[in-house]
Design a protein around this ligand. Sequence first.
Ligand code: TXA
Ligand code: MG
Length: 349
Amino acid sequence: MNTKVVMVDINNIDKDRIEEAGKILREGGLVAFPTETVYGLGANALDAEAVKKIFVAKGRPQDNPLIVHVADFDIKPLVKDVPEIAHKLMEKFWPGPLTIILNKSAIVPEITSANLPSVGIRMPSNIIARELIKAAGVPVAAPSANISGRPSPTEAQRCIEDLEGRVDLILGGGSCQVGLESTIVDCTVYPPCVLRPGGITLEMLREIEPSIYVDPAIMLKPEENLKPKAPGMKYRHYAPKAPLKIIEGDLKKTIAKINEIVQNNIDENKKVGILATDESVDKYSNALVISLGSRHNMREIGKNLFEALRSFDDAKVDIILSESFEENEFGAAVMNRLRKSAGFDIIKV
Ligand code: TXA
Ligand code: MG
């Protein structure tokens, strides 16, 4: 397939380009586009044939449901009912990085929701994404725009690497500001349950509804797992090509342990990548060291995580070592993705 690549300036959106992309979606094609979380790979959510193409392009397991993206608060046609709490969350956090799971209506095809009775819905804050959905005139099903299992793309170039030749159009539109996928809250149950941590933190959600809690399955290793309620959370995900190990504990001890492992790998002629922070970046040597940002700014760390993992792939490192982070607020989302990237390979110090 011939993939067209088109760039859009988020500060000066070219309407013709958006119209062209919207038309492709409306007619059953695939379009990759930027959102504030990660790039998405979109298709008409109500067209089963179009949605099927997403699973093929990504190599995605069929039992993993897609999130439906909207540009309008009137989601009634897509769902059976909208509970009061879902209304409150939409009002407070849409448009933005929050996906709400509701009982689906009959117009949402089985393939979109992977045969579940529910559907995840989100209104992105990225203006290119919303203009595209409006231009399409249909709700847009969109998983992250990566080959299944790989780190989600937060730059247009990464979509091109993964999806060129597999989709009709890639709309490039700069870097994603959040950098990690949306928070998912299941509102088909009471109290509502967080199925995936993200840009809207548990602390923010609890200001609206104090009873919200986090699905205990999502921080556990697959083998000790209670089955996670979001089917996608059970797969190995976000994985760089080289094995990733997390060193967890006091920062000084972490730095010492990482340096020790670096030395062992150098002795075996191996190339090491290190995920560090501004506070520690100058404490390492003999490795490719990438600082994710300052520990005082977890938003910055999360924004840079997936791109850093992909840079280690480019550099063809043999092993990646990462520091760990506190799990409050946005740190919960960062550690969730980091642990999954590592396949739960954690060394405690
Ligand atoms: O930020 C995001 O949400 C991005 C951008 C493109 O919007 N999309 C995204 O999609 O991360 P994806 O497909 O990579 O992740 C969707 C997650 C999966 O873990 C899936 O299992 C879960 O959402 N999910 C979708 N529908 C669900 C449902 N009805 N019930 C439970 N989990 C659901
Ligand atoms: Mg994904």
